[in-house]
Design a protein around this ligand. Structure first.
Ligand code: KIV
Ligand code: ZN
Length: 499
């Protein structure tokens, strides 16, 4: 068996997706789940980019035990030193340096000639190697670079001590056969290539990121860059779940290649990344979309009942779907709750456990049975809810088929209890208008989505809203067994992120 190394860049390239900014705490939470997933390397950020990025990489480096933690740097002294400093506490660290090699970038971005770029690559790799044994080098825009020049740059980086050479399809321009021939050419033309692992980094601008990554693997690449849910710059990066499941499902094609991804953790990782970033996973997204294992047509349903493999190439349980177990009830104690949250992969301090326990008891009063998915939502809400500028105190709505709905909402704000009433086109609209009277923020509701977290009449509803206010788009979430309460909480959560 031969391993394909999984280099996850959800926290770096993924976070570069417009609107996906994560706090350091959220990044750490995602990093724990990436570790549970079994990713080999976590690229935690670009430390020179901002103090927040530096802090996030430092936190991940301090707390992650099994995965290698990596920081990105340009081939510049300050960048490399920032990466080194942010990674000081890591058990195992890697510095990932990059430098563009395509004519387009040389001419318009750097205004430099090839020999100058070669010298920067040499100096940068050499410097980085003085700080860290594990250096990865990326010739940015490799797929649009002149091949002979690319080979020279790679050879130089390896000579200076780079152990991994990553080939980025930076603008998602390539296609599978082309990637295959590029990787083959690198193997055939770079004299010292056996001293390094070849890696691939694909973007999805033409929808070929996963196909391109797999094509590189077939040509001999043994590391893949990817992100959970495929989030990333522009159209995103190759998605981790697609690559892991393709290698697992198509053993006939990939033979003895494997990743060490614990695929049963995929579903939870997908949810966590979606709730942390606010990026809703499209229902038709491969592997993790809501519809990925749903069968609508009668012919399909009939055949599935006879034999699943007629229309299902993967087992949803292998991805961790449908494993929500009945876990706790009204009489369960703090210890049982804490243990279950740990089993679900949450690392929470006592203060947070106490808040979640209180909410759990409130929920258990309303709902007989508490499932894993209920707990996950409670825990994720607590992790997410840091700045509660506006907090719901109570909501009352008078509504019916032949009256105009009227809402009374009470909100806690800066230690004061404030109240407003409003009518609206529907009960949710009435609540939101009442809230607008209190906050005086002119917010436009762009999106509203309600889903049930678990099954049954007493299921919790999870509401996601997207609003536009003060020239900023924010996403809020709220859950409750009462959908109006969930709707109000989601709206307040979105408003709390508007400054
Ligand atoms: O897309 C890209 O080229 C990158 C590099 C930093 C590897 O993200
Ligand atoms: Zn990228």
């Amino acid at each position: 068996m031969e391993k394909v190394i999984v280099f996850d860049t959800t926290l770096r390239d993924g976070e570069q997706a417009p609107g996906a900014a994560l706090t350091s705490e959220q990044k750490l939470e995602v990093a724990y789940q990436l570790q549970n997933l079994g990713v080999d390397i976590i690229e935690a950020g670009f430390p020179i980019a901002s103090p927040d990025d530096f802090k996030a990489v430092s936190l991940v480096a301090r707390d992650i035990n099994t995965s290698i933690v990596c920081g990105l740097a340009r081939c510049l002294k300050d960048d490399i030193e920032a990466a080194y400093n942010s990674l000081k506490k890591a058990r195992r660290s890697r510095i990932h340096i990059f430098l563009a090699t395509s004519k387009i970038h040389l001419q318009y971005k750097f205004k430099k000639v090839e020999d100058e770029i070669l010298a920067i690559a040499k100096k940068g790799t050499h410097l980085a190697r003085n700080y860290c044994d594990d250096i990865e080098f990326s010739p940015e825009d490799a797929t649009r670079s002149n091949r002979d020049f690319l080979f020279r740059v790679i050879e130089t980086a390896i000579k200076q001590g780079a152990r991994t050479i990553n080939i980025p399809d930076t603008v998602g321009y390539s296609y599978p056969q082309e990637i295959h021939s590029l990787i083959t050419d690198i193997f055939n033309n770079v004299s010292n290539i056996q001293k390094a692992v070849i890696s691939i980094h694909c973007h999805d601008d033409l929808g070929m990121a996963t196909a391109n990554s797999l094509s590189a693997v077939l040509a001999g690449a043994r590391q893949v860059h990817c992100t959970v849910n495929g989030i990333g710059e522009r159209a995103g990066n190759a998605s981790l779940e697609e690559i892991a499941m393709a290698l697992k499902t198509r053993k006939d094609v990939f033979g003895n290649l494997y990743t060490q991804i614990a695929t049963k953790e995929i579903s939870r990782a997908s949810r966590l990344v979606s709730t942390s970033t606010g990026f809703v996973v499209p229902p038709n997204k491969a592997i993790v979309g809501d519809n990925a294992f749903r069968h609508e047509s009668g012919i399909h349903q009939d055949a599935i009942l006879k034999k699943r493999i007629t229309y299902e190439i993967m087992n949803p349980q292998d991805i961790g779907i449908g494993r929500s177990e009945l876990v706790l009830g009204k009489h369960s104690g703090r210890h049982a709750l804490n243990k279950r949250l740990k089993d679900l992969g949450f690392k929470l301090d006592e203060k947070r456990i106490n808040v979640i326990f209180k909410r759990f008891k409130e929920l258990a009063d309303k709902k007989k049975e508490i499932f894993d998915d209920d707990l996950i939502v409670l825990a994720e809400e607590e992790i997410r809810e840091k700045k509660r500028i506006y907090e719901l105190a109570s909501v009352k709505v008078v509504t019916g088929t032949d009256i105009i709905p009227e809402a009374t909402v009470k909100i806690k704000h800066k230690g004061l209890l404030r109240q407003a009433e409003s009518r609206g086109d529907g009960p949710v609209d009435a609540c939101y208008k009442a809230i607008d009277k209190i906050t005086k923020i002119k917010a436009k509701l762009l999106n509203y989505k309600l889903e049930a977290i678990t099954k049954g009449k007493d299921a919790q509803g999870l509401v996601r809203v997207e609003i536009r206010a003060k020239a900023k788009t924010t996403i809020g979430r709220g859950s409750s067994t009462d959908i109006l309460e969930a709707s109000v909480k989601a709206y307040l959560d979105a408003l709390n992120q508007v400054r």
